[in-house]
Design a protein around this ligand. Structure first.
Ligand code: PLP
Ligand code: ZN
Length: 413
């Protein structure tokens, strides 16, 4: 376990005592999200490649020495993290770069990257003595929370937009969460959840509010580093909605730099859907604030018009020397097909948006031949089978005869 030294506002730098129960800056309000900072000098001696090598846990609990949890018994008994990392020589050759790595985080227990955060959220709730936990979500944070809460023995209250994909809602229900489908948008679900959490005293797992959740998300950066013997890729492509995942990558690499395991943070390339791109616009326009927008994208998980963690996300991109790019829904569907058909990784629309961003980036000749690239696939394709069907095409319906099959095969030539 790592002792949290302080919480620090991303906007004004004001510091807070970790014992104080403060989730966002008292001066800056909800936009002033907090960083969880440790005594890095102390961690340096414990979090070493050799110590990691000796760890037996095949989940993110192996990073306990860099996580804000006092006792591993609070962790839910689920194997979160340690997701597969594939090297694709096909895409390296096609894009003219040294290496392309694809990390399939859809292989987590509830099939998305968000399990990393919910694992920590449930542990923090238990540490705080809470018996119930809640969040608003576009769907994946919720399903991961429902799963982790079920294992951790917590009551779980979920607020998702009414139009959340049915498979994600089904996940929530099967894990036994109390599910509120909120009419209108994710923003409405978020506001309602915030009021309900305050009224009923549930533990708040909203990633952009609760600073500890990004500590879960950072484990993907730690994992990537460990798998690559701390020789990191030059660029990491990741999809962006609220901005918590990309902030998690930045924080993971930042922590590794503080303890001297890496010299440089890879360039973080944030990918938004063209129809939901407020963080991209702020980045391109060099602004330090977000203009809310109405969203229009089939990538439901990143359909966020009023992102909560924009400040950390912009810092992640800017401080890493990274960049941002948008992709259309058509490019996302094409990326779903291409990724599945070349690497076997089946991602949901937001899950493959990072890969769609890489393809777009390559078209603009922004990649260099000697670069190593990592792409994070953040959610499994079966989460949203309706969108997957749009990308996949149609099967042949035939009479049960060989002639019928032959006719179709013949028509293909
Ligand atoms: C599959 C998937 N990808 C990407 C994101 C974007 O993450 P963030 O909202 O932290 O930017 C989400 C968030 O729900 C997601 O579920
Ligand atoms: Zn502040």
């Amino acid at each position: 376990m790592a002792l949290v030294k302080k919480l620090k506002c991303v906007l004004c730098g004001k510091e807070f005592d970790p014992e104080s129960d403060t989730f966002t800056c008292t001066d800056c309000g909800p936009d002033g999200t907090l960083d969880v900072l440790y005594d890095y000098g102390e961690i340096k001696g414990k979090f070493t490649p050799k110590a990691l090598f000796q760890r037996k846990e095949k989940s993110i609990s192996r990073y306990i020495d860099l996580l804000p949890i006092s006792d591993p018994s609070f962790f839910p008994n689920l194997k979160v993290g340690c997701s597969p990392l594939y090297e694709s020589s096909f895409w390296a050759k096609k894009l003219g770069v040294r290496q392309v790595l694809i990390k399939d985080d859809g292989r987590n227990p509830t099939a998305s990257f968000k399990d990393r955060a919910s694992f920590i959220g449930v542990a923090k709730a238990k540490e705080a003595g809470a018996t119930s936990i809640s969040c608003a979500s576009t769907g994946n944070a919720a399903s991961s929370l429902a799963g982790c809460a079920a294992v951790g023995g917590l009551d779980c209250y979920i607020f998702v937009p009414e139009k959340a994909p049915i498979n994600k809602v089904t996940q929530l229900l099967i894990y036994g969460a109390k599910v509120f489908l909120v009419k209108e948008t994710y923003e409405d679900a978020f506001r309602l959840a915030s009021k309900a959490i305050e009224t009923y005293g549930w533990y708040n797992r909203n990633s952009a509010i609760n600073p500890y959740l990004v500590e879960g998300k950072k484990t993907c950066a730690l994992e990537l580093a460990e798998e690559l013997s701390f020789d990191l890729p030059d660029k990491v492509f990741v999809s962006v909605g609220d901005g918590c995942i990309i902030s998690g990558f930045y924080k993971g690499f930042y922590d590794l730099k503080q303890i001297g395991l890496i010299d440089e943070i890879p360039e973080l390339i944030g990918v938004q859907a063209e129809g939901a791109a407020p963080i991209y616009k702020a980045f391109i326009e060099g602004k330090n604030f977000i203009t809310k927008e109405k969203t229009n994208t089939l990538a439901d998980s990143i359909a966020v018009g009023e992102p909560r963690n924009w400040a950390k996300a912009l810092r992640a991109v800017r401080n890493s020397g990274g960049d941002m790019v948008t992709v259309t829904d058509e490019e996302i569907l094409e990326a779903m097909r291409l990724l599945a058909r070349t690497s076997g990784v089946f991602g949901e629309p937001a899950g493959v948006a990072g890969f769609a961003g890489l393809l777009k980036y390559a078209q603009s000749h922004k990649l260099k031949g000697d670069e190593s690239i990592a792409v994070i696939v953040t959610g499994n394709g079966l989460k949203d089978s309706e969108s997957a069907r749009k990308a996949a095409g149609r099967p042949f319906v035939v009479e049960p005869t060989l002639e019928a099959v032959s006719r179709i095969l013949g028509s293909m030539n």
